[in-house]
Design a protein around this ligand. Structure first.
Ligand SMILES: [Zn+2]
Length: 284
């Protein structure tokens, strides 16, 4: 879809699966299992709906990727544990839009958890991880990089240094602090709760608006303010941030992209009965 000067598309970084109970926290299984029937290991399907944003500013072309999926580096045990789909998904999705990995100029990471930043590096010819987008600056919140370098025990399994250290070594990793406008109409905003250093993204230009809340609202089903994930570190902050997000998008002409939704990558948000919200799916 076109948002002013920016051409925006969802590009899938591939599918995987996570424990349904962990994804829905205190929501009873009798409720979430009707929405996402779990497999024999209680896992539910997950997408990685990355964004490809292209446009020109002052005669300079920008090809921006938001998130990079799980990537293809991990061993078969890992791939089985998370039921990763076939490798090469993100490269193939970019190729369908005529984009080669070398053409990406900017990569925005909402945080460094492996399911968001894993595709930022790939195994090089020597079997060591190297930047997957060698000409892209990579942006992450400073707080998240600090937390990733010295992760708390509770989230240690999600931060794998091989997903960002090769970027640092190549001088491709930059940090931002708090809200930031990275290009005209492309804004980053802190969205704490899931983790302290999470950031969301807004593209707003020419009277249109798209928001990418990342793990603040991981699927369209998590649009109910209190439906938090078991993974969320600070649930109260998460609910409060979600209420702020809903105040900005509900019953307005704003498109929301749900990074982990396997069926509804994007939609508009509408208020329903008894304080509940609905998502109307949208093709973008
Ligand atoms: Zn995630």
């Amino acid at each position: 879809m076109q948002i002013g000067r920016w051409d925006v598309q969802v590009v899938s970084g591939g599918t995987f699966a996570l424990d349904g109970g962990a994804m829905f926290g205190t929501v009873p299984k009798t409720v979430w299992s009707k929405i996402y029937p779990p497999d024999e290991e209680n896992r539910i399907p997950m997408g990685t709906n990355c964004l490809l944003i292209r446009g020109e500013v002052g005669g300079r072309r920008h090809v921006i990727l938001v998130e990079t999926g799980n990537g293809d580096k991990e061993d078969p045990d890992w791939r089985n544990r998370f039921a990763l789909g076939p490798p090469g998904a993100l490269d193939a999705a970019l190729a369908r839009h005529g984009v080669r990995t070398e053409e990406i100029t900017l990569c925005i990471l909402t945080h460094l958890h492996f399911d968001h930043a894993g595709g930022s590096t790939r195994l090089g010819p020597e079997g060591r991880p190297v930047p997957a987008f060698p000409n892209a600056r990579h942006l992450v919140q400073r707080r998240d990089l600090e937390d990733g370098r010295r992760p708390h025990l509770r989230v240690r399994a999600s931060y794998l240094a091989r997903n960002w250290e090769p970027l640092e070594a190549a001088g491709l990793l930059e940090t931002v602090e708090g809200p930031s406008e990275v290009l005209p109409g492309i804004r980053l905003w802190p969205a704490p709760g899931h983790i302290a250093g999470l950031q969301g993204l807004t593209v707003e230009d020419g009277g249109r608006k798209l928001l990418f809340p990342s793990d603040l609202v991981p699927t369209a089903r998590h649009i109910q303010p209190a439906w938090c994930m078991g993974y969320d570190l600070d649930v109260v902050t998460c609910v409060n941030e979600r209420l702020k997000f809903l105040a900005e998008v509900a019953d307005r002409d704003a498109v929301c992209v749900f990074y982990h939704d396997p069926h509804i990558p994007a939609g508009t948000v509408h208020s329903g009965d008894r304080g509940r919200y609905l998502v109307r799916p949208l093709e973008i």
